[in-house]
Design a protein around this ligand. Structure first.
Ligand code: SF4
Ligand code: FES
Length: 273
């Protein structure tokens, strides 16, 4: 007797509701979402049921399916931010089950997949909870505060013109590596959202470090550290008390060592006034 192996696997997968490629299954879930009609409106949680969600779907695809369901029921879809959907832009900022960017580590919400959840789960989704990131609608918050901090000093000034020679300014490999690691910050805001003080220190530290470590960033280093810290304080972000929740929740694993560097940069700048 001959057995068609492909048919045999397909039958087993169908029987056990597995996708034959990824061995993912289909699950029924409840999604408990923060709804808030506007910045001044009172927010509340609303729970929705979703059936037959493929675990290979991304979390945002699940949110899309939920929105299609709401639209088909003539209800207001859930507002949430997203753009690249590949962990680059930092827009998909939301709490999933109490964690910024969800229960997985070192990924953004758009990189989270439904295989992280089980059949029958209730998933709670909330916007960033931080004084400096007011809710615009539902899960969408205003993160302009980070843009303002960048505008205060997160840049270098130089003449434009032709592309300089690659080796015109030699940079030691360790410095280049550390600057690159700091530059991996995508400005998502998870650090401030995770911090019990609502501190933006990890973000500011990453942005100061990526320039302070390189020769091109040294010219304005003192003014930059002072201006960015002053803007952070002015915008209502809290103080850092070395709890480390920011680094624990950061999707790009930006290190706390950058905060130590920011403190050094800031103190040196103050002492040289
Ligand atoms: S330091 Fe991490 S958590 Fe904070 S904004 Fe940058 S990427 Fe997001
Ligand atoms: S949508 Fe761009 S990082 Fe998630």
């Amino acid at each position: 007797m001959s057995i068609n192996f492909r048919n045999f696997v397909a039958e087993i997968c169908q029987e056990h509701k597995f996708n034959p490629i990824y061995m993912d299954s289909y699950i029924n879930i409840k999604v408990r979402v923060w709804r808030q009609a506007g910045p001044k409106a009172k927010g509340y949680f609303e729970t929705y049921e979703l059936k037959h969600i493929f675990q290979g779907a991304s979390f945002l695809e699940m949110m899309d399916i939920l929105n299609e369901q709401l639209i088909s029921e003539h209800k207001d879809p859930i507002a949430f931010d997203h753009d690249c959907r590949e962990g680059i832009c930092g827009m998909c900022s939301m709490y999933v089950n109490g964690h910024p960017h969800g229960p997985d580590s070192a990924i953004t919400t758009c990189q989270l997949h439904m295989r992280k959840f089980n059949d029958g789960d209730t998933i709670t989704v909330e916007p960033w909870r931080s004084h400096a990131f007011p809710v615009i609608k539902d899960l969408m918050v205003d993160r302009k505060a980070y843009d303002k901090i960048m505008a205060a000093g997160g840049f270098i000034s130089m003449n434009t013109g032709g592309v300089p020679d690659a080796n015109a300014i030699p940079i030691p490999k360790p410095a280049a590596d550390e600057a690159m690691d700091a530059a991996s910050c995508i400005g998502c805001g998870a650090c401030a959202a995770a911090c019990k003080n609502g501190s933006a220190m990890l973000f500011v530290a990453a942005k100061v470090s990526q320039l302070a470590l390189l020769p091109q960033g040294k010219i304005e280093a003192k003014a930059r550290a002072k201006a960015m810290v002053a803007k952070m304080d002015e915008l209502g972000f809290g103080n850092c008390t070395n709890t480390g929740a920011c680094a624990a929740e950061c999707p790009k694993q930006v290190s706390l060592a950058n905060i130590a560097r920011l403190n050094r940069e800031f103190l040196c700048a103050k002492f040289s006034d």
